[in-house]
Design a protein around this ligand. Sequence first.
Ligand code: MG
Ligand code: MG
Length: 257
Amino acid sequence: MITIKTKEEIEILAEGGKRLAFILQKLAKMVAPGVSTKELDTCAQEFALAGGDTPSFLHYQPDGAKRPYPASLCVSLNDEVVHGIPNEKSRRLKDGDIVSLDMGIVHKGLITDSAVTVIVGKGDAQARKLLKVTRDALQKGIEAARGGNRIGDIGHAIETFVAPHGFSHAEGLAGHGVGYAVHEDPYVPNTGRAGEGVVLKAGMVIAIEPMLNEGTGKIKLDQDGYTFRTRDGKRSAHFEHTIVITDGEPIVLTKNR
Ligand code: MG
Ligand code: MG
């Protein structure tokens, strides 16, 4: 079921989103050679709790998962697409690593979700291009998310923007509604046809999250039950914002304001 959030709920989501943006910005600044993924997770949890909020991924059990998610943050390195677990097999970051940081927080009972990808050090030209195209693809998706448009318009905008760059979309992964739960309807794919799917209405809150791979779009799930990797071992990047649909331009909730 697709829900419409009230004005009061959107105000809470906006405050939560602002807090989440600040946390992710602090975590992104910590990314450096030698820093461990576990340290990032510990800080993510501390930053959320310090503001009186809670991490929404910790102990969350998605449909089909065999166990609850064991961390506050997802840290996905290089060929890991999303849902990398930072605290079970902690790793130290190395120069050139591509690091996706994905987090959700619960603020006054309502959830926002956002992800950024950063490179440890300067990285190679292809890595920088992968990040830039993924970040810009998210922006294209956001621009298409206007009241009266359809879900397919978002995927179409992302897909047509990405196609000339030669990167592929992680297959089977998509954005989603969010707010009362970590994952709500509707499903928000990163590819699609213009004019198809659910009509976007003011008050809908969705997370748009392109995940682009350097090589194949095929992915595989690790033994840990969460970490998705590219099948060809090539690298992947991920950016995500939670937005609210309006009758005009959408409002990006998870950015620094
Ligand atoms: Mg996320
Ligand atoms: Mg998400």
